[in-house]
Design a binder for this molecule. Sequence first.
Ligand code: PMP
Length: 394
Amino acid sequence: MHYDGSEAGPLHLTRGRGAYLYDTDGAAHLDCVNNVAHVGHCHPRVVAAATRQLETLNTNSRYVHDNIARLAAALTATLPAPLDTVFFVNSGTEANDLAIRLARKRTGRQQMVCVDGAYHGHSVATLAATSAAAAQYAEVLRAGPAPAAFLVESVMCCGGQVQLPRGYLGRMYEQTRAAGGLAIADEVQTGFGRSGSSFWAFESHGVVPDIVTMGKPMGNGFPLAAVVTTGEVADAFRSSEYFNTFGGNTVACAVGLEVLAILEEERLQESARRVGAHTLSRLREVGDSRGAVGDVRGRGLLLGVELVRDRGTREPDPELAAFAMGRMRAERVLVSTDGPHRNVLKIKPPMCFSDEDADALASALDSALAAGERELPAGRTGVRPPVPALLSYL
Ligand code: PMP
């Protein structure tokens, strides 16, 4: 039997509120993994803002509208000074695709440097930027073909919630710029205060990117994403060179404005910092008592629990991860698996997640791991072969 956690089939949901999702029987599931419903599922203020705007005007950015200008201003106010030009799009994929296109246009080069285990989207260009690897990044940057840009998340999310080493982004940005390339920060998962300590995760590395991409939480589930860059980079496009029918529509912008207002008024970044620290310590307590936990890491409400066969060798245990996910789901606590070996439990709940929710999560994880110790065959296999450490230019 393969423990992929899906024996029960997909969850059939009917509604959501806050950090909870409700199934067809009306049972509540604690959502520990939805980083799109950022300010909480069906936040009444978001619903009201979208409804009001839908009743008034829903059209595209071919026309001037206050919402577009106000959202662009509100976003750039969260970013360092040279990042003052916004393109609105509909998904993280579109944002990264456009960022790649801008970097190529600005530099006149094609090559992108990306990081092993990354995911940046499902289009041809962003898929090519996914799971490319560099063993000796800085050296390769010096030796390889001149890149248009270096594209990286400020915390590796699909890569397994991996924190970048201190100084890494600074050195990579420096090397990229020395080679004439641009630095692109993919903040699709990490932005909007999730890391607790700063609004954008790159800020904690003391760097300023040339292009920032954002998406998922920006519209709280409504399709809304953006690329923010400098006027200089944006000038690479002629005025009519980019058009996106739905990007920056008036309803999406109304939603985006409301999400930013809620984040501030409900002090959700501060909450992510505080509740995240509590969650981390509760998960670490579980880790201390369960040998299968190789690492518990993260910041704010961006956490990962790495499950291993052996703490010494850190051999990944994707079967236990899938088993734990399935058991926790049966306890109505929803998590998912991430990382190149799918052995990292991803914990990224809506930002209204509470200390009590964290306690419920830790207790469900502890029981699931205890069940795994009892029920999974000791000689199980299922570890995917390691991803080769190659640098890929695309
Ligand atoms: N970048 C990152 C870091 C992501 O995690 C994702 C989606 N998982 C994307 C880009 C693509 O976003 P979307 O699915 O909205 O196209």
